[in-house]
Design a protein around this ligand. Structure first.
Ligand code: CA
Length: 131
């Protein structure tokens, strides 16, 4: 596939029920080459992930109704989203919680409160891998 001179933007989906955290992540990561889309619920996140292609999904664990672990399993079970880099974003930091997330198919785990540098490093690594 031919790439445009500027390259397509790096697209990130943030699934998070707390507006303050959604906007924090958006403001930390958005720039001319990175687009951040947000979903407030697991169902909304699933719908967006299935209809738009993303380069990274940041998924909160504790969400109302459909929790992040369930959303992660559903994304991994769907061929159209199975390979999208997915990192859980949560304050739940016990070793067992990390294991549950990894078993559900997450690629990584970012603890709240996170530092902007941590998120930016992750995005920089994935963008470099994307080429
Ligand atoms: Ca939450």
């Amino acid at each position: 596939m031919l790439r445009r001179a500027m390259g397509p933007p790096f697209r990130i989906l943030v699934v998070e029920d707390e507006p303050v955290i959604r906007e924090l992540v958006r403001s930390m990561l958005s720039d001319g080459e990175v687009e951040v889309e947000c979903a407030a619920t697991g169902a909304e996140g699933l719908k967006l992930a299935r209809t738009t292609s993303f380069d990274l999904i940041l998924l909160d664990v504790v969400l109302p109704q459909l929790d992040g672990i369930t959303v992660c399993r559903m994304l991994r079970a769907d061929p159209s989203t199975a390979k999208v880099p997915l990192h859980m974003l949560t304050a739940k930091a016990k070793k067992s919680d990390v294991e549950v997330a990894m078993k559900a198919g997450a690629d990584g785990y970012i603890h709240k409160p996170f530092r902007g540098a941590e998120l930016m490093d992750l995005v920089a690594t994935l963008r470099a891998a994307k080429g």
